[in-house]
Design a protein around this ligand. Structure first.
Ligand SMILES: *[C@@H]1O[C@H](CO)[C@@H](O)[C@H](O)[C@H]1NC(C)=O
Ligand SMILES: *[C@@H]1O[C@H](CO)[C@@H](O)[C@H](O)[C@H]1NC(C)=O
Length: 372
């Protein structure tokens, strides 16, 4: 009896994981797209490309077959999202990686954590971004430059009509392709999987919206010799770095949710009182652009293949730093080893008449601290 009870408790605390292989739709697209160019040869053999992708849902497979020329964009968008995630979190205990040897690229999340929220949002933003960019470049069969209307507040003398990034098409395609997998499964309401699916869709939408919101008119001068009396303007998407920065600040203020009796998402009051009262004052619209999560984060200090955490062993840390990259924080109190790295380089080069350059070899010693 005690054992059954324990099992029950464990399965409540650790929600049944969404199958990791299935959840990581981005992994094989990001890996395969690197070797795929949509030239005529490849298009003739299009089917094999989609069937090589693992982790796609049936709906995603159909979209892959129909929009095969979009897939390298999806792959590159996913890859750029993962690189940006790694950049943004390189000083944190969670560094956006999955234990090596798993065969996955990018982070895998079994639980609906804040980190999962960030991952879904940035992947969805990355795909929106790359599709919108390729539309502008004329690389995709079914879209072209942005058709956005001239903004009302644009100076009347300026020309509207440069070829802009097509963020609207990117938004729609990313929504269809990424969200379809969440819609085709019918989980019982109030089940953990249903909750996780709602969470994923919400965070996917936040990623796409951020991309759209940061897309702005951009103008270029062209007048007589450097004067700026003529301007042409068009829509330009943010850089991937700007997307990463925006989503990291949303990650920091992510809202915890729970699934209520009717199977809908509901905000859970934050333990911090001030935060809670702030939220109740916020208009509902603001909450629309917040990231949401269901579960506590696992212990990112430890390596745990099942939880998908790499641990922090072997990570370089900074002695004396007061941030999360300090050896105290990053090594989780286990301490660190200090190594000396020696590099040789050419230096003190002198020009000798005529005609050669003579250099000395210098030794550069630096120390690195690595978490135990
Ligand atoms: C993240 O940390 C793990 C564990 O130290 C390491 O193996 C991995 O290469 C790191 N990932 C990145 C992107 O630096
Ligand atoms: C020595 O190496 C460090 C770290 O790689 C580098 O920042 C520094 O510029 C190098 N110094 C010289 C003299 O090359």
């Amino acid at each position: 009896m005690a054992r059954i009870l324990l099992l029950f408790v464990v399965s409540v605390l650790w929600p049944a994981p969404v199958d990791a292989l299935e959840a990581a739709w981005w992994s094989s697209i990001a890996q395969l797209s690197a070797h795929y160019t949509p030239n005529s040869n490849n298009l003739l053999g299009a089917k094999p490309f989609c069937s090589q992708l693992t982790g796609l849902s049936p709906g995603q497979h159909r979209i892959c077959d129909l929009f095969i020329d979009h897939m390298p964009a999806v792959g590159q968008g996913a890859q750029e999202a993962i690189s940006e995630c790694e950049h943004q979190f390189k000083q944190q205990r969670w560094n956006c990686s999955t234990p090596s040897g798993s065969g996955y690229v990018g982070p895998i999340h079994k639980r609906g954590t804040k980190e999962a929220a960030f991952t879904y949002a940035i992947l969805s933003a990355g795909v929106t971004h790359e599709i919108g960019r390729r539309c502008r470049l004329g690389l995709l069969g079914s879209c072209g430059c942005s058709e956005a209307d001239r903004p009302d507040n644009l100076h009347k003398d300026w020309t509207w009509g440069g070829c802009g990034d097509n963020v609207d098409y990117g938004y729609r395609f990313a929504k269809d392709f990424i969200d379809v997998r969440e819609k085709e499964k019918s989980f019982p309401k109030r089940s953990n999987d249903h909750g996780r699916s709602l969470m994923n869709r919400w965070n996917n939408e936040v990623g796409r919206r951020v991309t759209k919101k940061l897309t702005r008119p951009r103008c270029k001068c062209h007048g007589v010799s450097g004067s700026c009396n003529l301007k042409t303007c068009w829509m330009q998407m943010p850089t991937t770095r700007q997307l990463g920065d925006a989503l990291v600040s949303k990650y920091r203020t992510a809202r915890r949710i729970q699934i209520n009796q009717r199977g809908n998402m509901q905000i859970v009051g934050q333990p911090d009182k001030r935060d809670k009262s702030d939220f109740s004052k916020q208009p509902k619209q603001n909450f629309k652009s917040e990231l949401v999560f269901l579960d506590d984060s696992p212990d990112y200090c430890r390596t745990d293949i099942v939880a998908g955490t790499t641990g922090t062993q072997g990570r370089p840390c900074k002695r004396g730093s007061s941030g999360p990259d300090s050896c105290d924080m990053l090594c989780c109190g286990r301490g660190y080893n200090t190594f000396t790295e020696e590099t040789h380089s050419k230096c003190k080069c002198k020009f000798q008449w005529c005609c050669r350059v003579v250099c000395q070899t210098c030794l550069n010693r630096t120390t690195v601290d690595i978490c135990k």
